[in-house]
Ligand binder design. Structure first.
Ligand SMILES: Cc1cc2nc3c(=O)[nH]c(=O)nc-3n(C[C@H](O)[C@H](O)[C@H](O)COP(=O)(O)O)c2cc1C
Length: 340
């Protein structure tokens, strides 16, 4: 059997294959209330029908001003729970597990009147404002907001929580020397905010439920951190309770001398290095939608799981088609079997 289609389990989570639908903002909350609507229901449910082992719902923010735009999802109140639960139940009915990426955009919150961040350093671009530096007390409250959002996600029935510590959003802003110039404990120890968020969220999870954390393995802006820094941050995150590291890169600013590869598999070496250095399960992501490439990543042990983003936008049935390309009998809903 193709390695991509072998089951995977960690803690109490059992996935039917190694295929993860990566989180992708849809910017489609037309009511601007943070609640998923019919678009989100159809979008996620069709990928469950298409055979994804794990679907990770897009960046979902812990407070209204933590959204990139007002069209993003949120989990800042209990009123949000039922519309997420409807999606969770439907994805479960079609055999997929489903997680959610909990986040705060920090200085990359475009519609917030005054965005907040570790330090008042503006992201370069016309849509960005100079953020206000969070006070030490506000940082502690922010940790609680992440925990509260995770609590609501559990009530909605999600199988996995992923914390967004990548792409220049708030957790990443704290662990990057480019964006964290604080003089308090959260500046002296760049990992401290992420560590506290992980510990607070982990304390909410039932035992055996794994916590995923997405990180940028390298920064591309001049002066940005390198892979060795990311490994030390991930070591702290692992020790604090992160069970799986989802390895992406960049997003903190405009690339300088170091530039993203942007060729198939360009981030896989980062996933492999983090896995080897920390002995932690990893998800590889980034231009992996050629089935043979995805298969080789699992077969070679470069990563435990393979996440597909744009490939799933092109083809909601990517896993079915990948199975056929790899010579596997695809698992299709009974209603569709006459076509296979
Ligand atoms: C439309 C779109 C929205 C995205 N939104 C998110 C997001 O909410 N959270 C996140 O961590 N990454 C987000 N990403 C990045 C993807 O998860 C993924 O890492 C990236 O697209 C590379 O994978 P791919 O080559 O398979 O597309 C987004 C990407 C796209 C194309």
């Amino acid at each position: 059997m193709a390695h991509l289609f072998t089951p995977y389990s960690i803690g109490n989570l059992e996935l039917k294959n190694r295929i993860v639908m990566a989180p992708m903002c849809q910017y489609s909350v037309t009511a601007k209330d943070g609640k998923p609507n019919d678009w989100h229901f159809t979008h996620y449910t069709s990928r469950a029908v298409g055979g994804a082992g794990l679907i990770i719902v897009e960046m979902t923010d812990v407070e209204p001003d933590g959204r990139i735009t007002d069209y993003d999802l949120g989990l800042w109140s209990d009123d949000h729970i039922p519309s997420f639960q409807r999606i969770v139940d439907a994805c479960h009915a079609h055999g997929a597990k489903i997680g959610i990426q909990i986040a705060h955009a920090g200085r990359k919150a475009e519609d917030a009147p005054v965005p907040v961040a570790p330090s008042p350093i503006r992201f370069d671009g016309p849509q960005y404002k100079t953020p206000r530096e969070l006070s030490t007390d506000e940082v502690k409250q922010m940790v609680e907001k992440f925990a509260a959002a995770a609590r609501r996600a559990l009530k909605a029935g999600f199988d996995v929580i992923e914390l967004h510590g990548a792409h220049g959003y708030l957790i990443h802003q704290f662990h990057s020397p480019l964006t964290n110039r604080r003089k308090d404990a959260y500046g002296e120890d760049l990992a401290l905010f992420g560590v506290e968020v992980i510990q607070a969220v982990k304390a909410e999870l039932p035992s055996g439920m794994p916590l995923f954390v997405r990180v940028s393995a390298v920064e591309y802006a001049d002066g940005g951190y390198d892979l060795d820094h990311a490994i030390e941050i991930c070591r702290r995150y692992r020790d604090a309770g992160a069970d799986v590291i989802h390895v992406s890169s960049g997003g903190e600013g405009h690339p300088g001398a170091r530039r993203p590869g942007n060729f198939p598999g360009f981030q896989v070496p980062y996933a492999r290095r983090i896995k080897d250095a920390l002995q932690v399960p990893v998800i590889a992501v980034g231009m992996l939608d050629h089935p043979a490439l995805a298969e080789s990543i699992v077969a070679n042990g470069d990563a435990d799981l393979v996440a597909i983003a744009r490939g799933f936008l092109r083809d909601p049935y990517w896993p079915i088609h990948a199975a056929m390309a790899l010579g596997e009998k695809p698992q299709v809903p009974v209603q569709y079997q006459r076509a296979f």
